[in-house]
Design a protein around this ligand. Structure first.
Ligand SMILES: Cc1ncc(COP(=O)(O)O)c(C=O)c1O
Length: 412
């Protein structure tokens, strides 16, 4: 059985067919080759003889020679390897490493990026809360200088040149106000000052943007969200543009014990097969819902880059493409109070009030209660998150049903 070279495939085809069947071909026996990669639960691997075992220790740590062998599951497993290979191709990187969660992926990316005592990281002010906590609680005590700024500004290049950081860390879209980052300006300025550039692309996925093509060194994902897409697996990924960073990442994954399990690797990889279809629907539904909310009498403001009035609408159209603004939006109730938001949440019948995003079903969260709970009301106000602000991860259900549930909950 001959298979074509997948380097020419489009993202849609690559994500459906993945990689494993090519690899499994070699193991074809009279019993046939499975169309789905088996889940390898083994913690350790046997080799033909001591010499091949010896070589396996080398090749398990580096795919440079085009061969990968498995020795011990914490150092990698065939299911994680298949996922990593597909995601590296999807993002246009030299390789990827799968981690046990998005946070584990971010931790390893920051270490691989060179955060050691005396180094400096410049990070966006409104990062995902746990990422800010990771910087403050794990890196500051080690002697890393953490500087935060509004990096969604037009003069972000000047900020980077003035700060001269070792690492620049941003998110493609901000949470929950869905601001859009200027990847090209940031990567160019980071390169100028010799900083490693790292971006969390969880909200955009390779369907909307491939940050390595915009000059970034490391791309991070919480695969728990859109990549898995079904709310049943926790995982993270880092894709590297450079071999040296990839080797560091693999090393940290092994010594931190942060590798993704075979079963979760299988689930995320299965999710990837429908990623492009789901993302198309997330985007079209979110645009309709944003337009609906904008017209609603109980709503004061909608934050969605697909709306012409959003401050980053033009940048979003250039970066992500016409009509492709992602599935995440937030809106503010006219009645700016916790009571009004709680009433809204309790009236929902279809949308789930649960604290995640990117699942097939629509999800509602209240930033003041969840992602930004640890900030004071004053701190939240500085970054623009009011007490009436609600985040909506628009799912792939029928858009009429989604709007119907919103209408009922808004008291229409
Ligand atoms: C943008 C972003 N990055 C990273 C994470 C952390 O991912 P995980 O929960 O898989 O550790 C999250 C979680 O919500 C997130 O929203």
């Amino acid at each position: 059985m001959k298979r074509s070279n997948n380097r020419d495939w489009t993202l849609e085809t690559l994500l459906v067919h993945g990689y494993e069947r090519e690899r499994e071909e070699g193991s074809g026996s009279r019993k046939g080759v499975p169309t789905v990669q088996p889940i390898y639960t083994s913690t350790t691997y046997l080799h033909y003889n001591a010499e091949t075992l010896d070589r396996a220790f080398d090749t398990s740590l580096s795919e440079e020679k085009g061969e990968t062998a498995f020795v011990y599951a914490r150092q990698g497993n065939p299911n994680a390897f298949a996922l990593e290979t597909v995601m590296a191709q999807a993002e246009g990187g030299v390789g990827a490493i799968a981690f046990g969660s998005g946070m584990a992926a971010i931790h390893a990316a920051l270490l691989a990026g060179g955060l050691v005592a005396g180094s400096k990281i410049l990070a966006a002010k409104d990062l995902y809360g746990a990422t800010t906590s990771l910087l403050r609680q794990a890196f500051v005590p080690l002697g890393v200088e953490v500087v935060t700024h509004d990096l969604y500004r037009r003069d972000v290049g000047d900020i980077i040149r003035a700060e001269q950081p070792d690492v620049v860390y941003v998110e493609t879209l901000s949470n929950p106000l869905v601001k859009v980052i200027d990847l090209d300006v940031i990567s160019a300025a980071a390169r100028e000052v010799g900083a490693v550039s790292v971006v969390d692309s969880t909200f955009t996925t390779p369907f909307l943007v491939r940050p390595i093509e915009h000059g970034f060194d490391l791309v991070v994902h919480s695969a728990t969200k859109y990549l898995g897409g079904h709310g049943d697996s926790t995982a993270g990924l880092v894709i590297s543009a450079k071999r040296s960073l990839l080797d560091q990442l693999r090393n940290y994954a092994i010594i931190l014990g942060a590798m993704l399990s075979p079963f979760d690797s299988h689930l995320i990889k299965r999710g990837l097969q429908t990623l492009t279809l789901r993302m198309e629907r997330h985007c079209s539904n979110a645009l309709r819902v944003a337009q609906f909310l904008q017209e609603h009498q109980a709503v004061a403001k909608v934050h969605y880059p697909g709306l012409a009035g959003h401050p980053h609408h033009e940048l979003a159209t250039t970066l992500l493409g016409e009509g492709r603004y992602g599935g995440l939006l937030s809106f503010e109730l006219k009645e700016q109070s916790r009571d009004a938001v709680f009433r809204f949440m309790d009236r929902l019948r279809l949308l789930l009030p649960a604290t995640t995003l990117g699942d097939a079903w629509s999800l509602v969260s209240y930033p003041a209660m969840s992602s930004h709970r640890n900030l004071s009301e004053a701190e939240r106000r500085i970054i623009g998150i009011t007490d009436g602000c609600i985040r909506l991860s628009v799912g792939i259900e029928d858009v009429g049903d989604i709007m119907g549930d919103l209408e009922r909950a808004l008291g229409g």
